[in-house]
Design a protein around this ligand. Sequence first.
Ligand code: HEM
Length: 402
Amino acid sequence: MTETLDPAGLQQFPGTRAAGCPFDPPPSLHALQKEGPLARVRLWDGATPWLVTRYDEQRALLADPRVSSDATRPGYPIQGPFTGDVVSFILMDDPEHHRLRRMVQAPFTVRRVESMRPAVQQIVDDLIDDLLAGPKPVDLVEAFALPVPSLVICELLGVPYADHGFFQDNSKTIIKRDASPEDRAAAGGRLAEYLDRLVGEKLADPADDLLSKVAERVKTGELTREGAARMGVLLLIAGHETTANMIALGTLALLQNPGQLALLRDSDDPALVAGAVEELLRYLNITHSGRRRVALADIEIAGQVIREGEGIIMPNDIANRDPETFPDPDELDIRRDARRHVAFGFGVHQCLGQPLARMELQVAYSTLYKRIPGLRLATELERIPFKHDGQVYGVYELPVTW
Ligand code: HEM
């Protein structure tokens, strides 16, 4: 399932970063960006959607109601053989998208998320206590990056954390770009079944958690039981995979930039920490497969016309490295104002969980390096396995010591 950039040759799309810096978009994307804001690319299935390379054009299209997120529409640039499964509202259009999103947005407001900060701090502190008491070297992904967001989303949703091995394994398969359609469908089926059972339990015995609120909508007839389970799957996957990759990859990027790491470690200023999180989100941009859409009408943009039914791919990693928007974009500079980045997307599908992700990253980054000032890689950079095959970029393992 290789997607190729056309006409630039047979480079992979989204492309492996292995050839250059593992934190940078592939050089082929940089080259296309220099050529212009829009290019045609060829995908694994022969489709030739538009690739949008620049920040302004990406934002304009992401905010345009004439572009659709509906993956079942002809022309939608799918990443691999489609199993027909739509993971809830992320792949739907308004008004249905809005109706469903509204049902689950309450716990993700900045105020509600802030009230969770002490509990997240406790989770982070406890995990670091365990790290310090345990053997070294240790895999930071397994011991820290993955448990932090998994514990948080389990608590918020009302999913037993004891089942983390099961849902992490299945999430991994779903977001693996080269998983076979059968494997992906089977993993999706297992997760949907699991969430369906939990929704059933919440229906019978509601608790103070988000899944119980979702189950209430089943009672009122606003959601089918299947729709409730799918929503649970979306929140569970989105809630832990992304943030976990940011914690691990962010740590690696900081270890490779010791000056920046020292700035962050030695500061008690919450504004500097918040700024560092925004800059790491901009610089690393883990959702590198791009926002994918299909045009619902002819759209004129940057001197081109995207015709109705044509696919559109907007890799946010390259938009976040647009020199017109971010001077010296390939520099990691935690003191720059990076807040305009599109790491959380833009428009109506902009990440629902972003206040939560921000807060978790702020707590994780501001605590880990202070409490373990001697943190360092326990292997060479070249030996670290990067997720070139994932829809979410990151590292499979991060062996560290101190
Ligand atoms: C650093 C961590 C995260 C990153 C980089 C990230 C990135 C994104 C991006 C780029 C989108 C837009 C998708 C599109 O436009 O097609 C998105 C949507 C979404 N994210 Fe996140 N996300 C993160 C954390 C979270 C967390 C913690 C949750 C909590 C449940 C979450 C839940 C969602 C949901 C539900 C959507 C779909 C929104 C919609 O379609 O209206 N994300 N995320």
